[in-house]
Design a protein around this ligand. Structure first.
Ligand code: MTE
Ligand code: MO
Length: 520
């Protein structure tokens, strides 16, 4: 008589599980080693295969997909992309495991093909070095080892006794599960480790904001004092963040350089200490993202400390004929800025500080550009490393071939912060309030309309300069019923904000912001 052994996992499931284990081991080890390589400062590129593939994907995203992603997922688009990569990896691993049952040569071809694609992504990222593919290769060798062991011992067992096989399976599943868990933990540890690059954290902590001759302050009355209105100066932790970087670049100021190249009399290169020794200025500037929808909150106001770009360009000597500066980030992002905007009296800054502290890593540590009056995508390069003096005819910023206009002056716009759309209000006086902006021109008037009534002047907060948004409040005597409140701004040269409804692409949204409320 022979007793049937308890089956733990049906044999058809064993094969895909082995593939999954091989995939997890490959990625886990690769991500761990990538973290080590980055933490040790051995790489300026993207040794993490997951991030390299994600970055390569972002750079190739067609405009319609990017619009869809931002509309659907907002600023969570990066997490969604990473989640998508994880799902694809799991599916491919299961498939590889399935194939390994019967067609090992085919399995090898698919596996090596995938590794090759990831290696191509890694080596094509900005500043990629030879060391960068090593983590992936080590991970792949380990993953292949796991796969072939799995196949040899479980999928083609020599033992004829079911019971022996079942015991083997139980052991293998436990071992495999443990190994998978270990690989996941390793991989996550590597990721966490790399973003905490010690040199960068230490340098941020050691940073002292340079003294300036004329500090700026918020003028009394700039805030209208209505609760729910965006703070006049937005704290760093709440400041909107937009960039193409899947993880925040970690730039050590000790090895940071800014080079001026292109149409100049002499190339100039400065390091961190040289930059900090320059006479710095402070400026309040409201940054603005071109992707902001009417009523959206992709903007923020901060006090920036930096050295005027104009001074550095003057050192290099701009040649006649140049009309654009292509600024470049460590991660390969570029912005094309009209040369006048960097050399005129608007004091475009090579900024090192934001609201009295070192730039947060998310906002460009150690150095970024801040140019009043232009959308961020054509001006506000974070993790800045190069200024190439050139022409619009010869060069293009990152977003231009992706469906966005080469030039991006900010459009006059205004937003109602309170009350919120859908609010239920009590009859009486309601403070309708928000912000309005037309950077580098300034705001002279804001008007509010209730339903289809006349435009009424709002009270403005004190101006903090043409480059800064302005708060406004309108005391509304609310009557019962459903009402629509609409706002519009008039800039300092008397231009009324455009009522023409336009989407963000290609050069910024327009149209009036409205909220609907119910009063009882
Ligand atoms: N390196 C880099 N800098 C960048 C970007 C980017 O993708 N990469 N995005 C720009 C865009 S589109 C905007 S709106 C601003 C946003 O700056 P913030 O994230 O500090 O608010 O950064 C600009 N600088
Ligand atoms: Mo932006």
């Amino acid at each position: 008589m022979h007793q049937k052994a308890p089956t733990i996992t049906p044999s058809w499931a064993l094969a895909p599980l082995g593939g999954l284990l091989a995939g997890v081991v490959t990625v886990g080890i690769a991500e761990f080693l990538a973290g080590v390589v980055q933490r040790m400062g051995w790489s300026n590129g993207t040794p993490s295969p997951v991030l390299a593939v994600g970055g390569a994907f972002i750079d190739r995203t067609p405009p319609w997909l990017k619009t869809f992603a931002v509309d659907t997922f907002g600023t969570h688009d990066k997490q969604v992309l990473l989640g998508g990569i994880a799902v694809v990896l799991v599916l491919l691993s299961l498939l590889i495991g399935w194939l390994a049952r019967t067609r090992f040569t085919m399995t090898l071809v698919v596996f090596v093909g995938l590794v090759a694609v990831a290696a191509a992504a890694v080596t094509s990222r900005p500043h990629a070095g030879v060391l960068d593919v090593l983590p992936l290769l080590v991970g792949a060798v380990a993953g292949l080892g796991v796969l072939s062991q799995w196949r040899r011992n479980l999928l083609a067992p020599k033992a004829s006794d079911d019971r022996v096989v079942a015991l083997d399976r139980r052991r293998a599943l436990l071992l495999g599960g443990g190994a998978a868990l270990g690989a996941v933990v390793l991989g996550l540890a590597g990721r966490a480790w790399s973003t905490g690059a010690r040199a960068v954290q230490d340098a941020r902590r050691a940073f002292r904001v340079p003294r300036v001759a004329r500090p700026v302050a918020v003028p009394p009355g700039a805030s209208v004092g209505v609760s729910g209105v965006t703070p006049f100066v937005v704290p760093n932790a709440d400041f909107y963040r937009i960039d193409t970087a899947l993880t925040v670049p970690q730039v050590d100021p000790a090895s940071w350089r800014l080079r001026v190249t292109g149409m100049v009399d002499r190339e100039v290169e400065i390091d961190w200490q040289t930059l900090l020794s320059k006479p710095m200025q402070e400026a309040m500037v409201t940054l603005m993202c071109v992707s902001n929808e009417v009523g959206g909150s992709l903007n923020g106001n901060a006090i920036w400390t930096g050295w005027p770009v104009r001074e550095l360009l003057a050192q290099a000597g701009v040649r006649p004929g140049a009309d654009m500066v292509l600024s470049r980030s460590v991660d390969g992002f570029t912005a094309g800025t009209p040369i006048e905007a960097l050399t005129d009296d608007r004091n475009a800054l090579i900024a090192v500080a934001m609201n009295g502290e070192a730039l947060p890593a998310e906002h460009g540590f150690p150095v970024r550009l801040v140019v009043p009056g232009l959308y961020g995508y054509v001006s506000a390069t974070k993790w800045l490393t190069e200024l190439k003096v050139t022409t619009y005819a010869r060069d293009m910023g990152y977003w231009t071939p992706r469906g966005w206009s080469a030039k991006g002056p900010v459009k006059t716009s205004s937003r109602i912060d309170v009350p919120r759309s859908g609010a239920k209000l009590k009859v009486g006086t309601i403070a309708v309030a928000g912000v309005a902006w037309h950077q580098h021109t300034g705001i002279e008037k804001v008007q509010v309309r209730v339903d289809s009534g006349d435009w009424q002047d709002a009270r403005l907060g004190t101006s903090a300069g043409a480059d800064v948004w302005r708060q406004w409040v309108y005391e509304w005597s609310a009557t019962p019923g459903h009402h629509t409140l609409t706002v519009r701004a008039i800039d300092a040269v008397g231009q009324v904000q455009s009522s023409v409804v336009a989407p963000p692409a290609p050069d910024g949204s327009s149209g009036y912001h409205s909220v609907s409320v119910t009063v009882s």
